[in-house]
Unconditional design. Structure first.
Length: 202
């Protein structure tokens, strides 16, 4: 069975089609939702609800389209709404940004930065400090590897707005990660700290 057959089965009332889609896309969708919401449990509920919502009205889906961008749009938009309900978002006014506004991308997020567990935790912590819409574009671009044009279609914002959010998010992430690196470098080395404690107790 492939994706198109799964959707055809679902439209015919066969739940095995839904099972196929869940196996194919659940892990990636949950990862994206968790990165945006910062809450794995909420992400799991959100993704399950999105699958069920799709299964209720599969006829609304155009089978000539790819399912992944369509479904990820549902998940990402739901995740953004969840975060916005929890905490108001304060950001620059993006309404006047025109489609085609061209910003030179700063250096992309280095792959090496997510190689270690400690680095992954630092990136997640920094990501959580971004406004939800900036979190979403970072997740879609760097974790799910959608193009800017695909993100524009999924989010429903002009391309210039997507570029601006990516630029702002990358700049903020780089600043947060640099600040964290400075703080870490200022921590005393364990060996030195132990030597000082030993000297005090002597």
């Amino acid at each position: 069975m492939d994706e198109r057959e799964a959707i055809q089965d679902l439209k015919a009332g066969q739940l095995r089609g839904l099972a196929y889609l869940v196996r194919a896309h659940q892990t990636e969708a949950m990862r994206a939702a968790a990165l945006i919401t910062g809450d794995p449990a909420a992400a799991e509920d959100l993704v399950q609800a999105a699958f069920l919502r799709f299964a209720e009205k599969p006829q609304a889906f155009d089978s000539s389209r790819s399912f992944k961008p369509y479904f990820m749009k549902m998940v990402v938009n739901d995740a953004i709404k969840l975060v916005q309900r929890q905490k108001p978002e304060f950001s620059l006014d993006e309404k006047n940004l025109e489609d085609g506004f061209d910003l030179l991308d700063p250096k992309p997020l280095p792959e090496a930065i997510i190689e270690t567990r400690q680095a992954q935790e630092q990136v997640r912590a920094a990501l959580a400090k971004l406004p939800p819409k900036q979190r979403a574009v970072i997740v879609l671009r760097h974790y799910l590897e959608f193009s800017e044009s695909e993100i524009r279609d999924m989010i429903g914002s002009p391309l210039g707005t997507i570029k601006w959010r990516l630029f702002s998010a990358r700049t903020r992430l780089a600043s947060l990660l640099r600040a964290n690196a400075v703080e870490t470098s200022l921590d005393p080395e364990p060996s030195l700290a132990n030597q000082k404690d030993g000297a005090k107790n002597a």
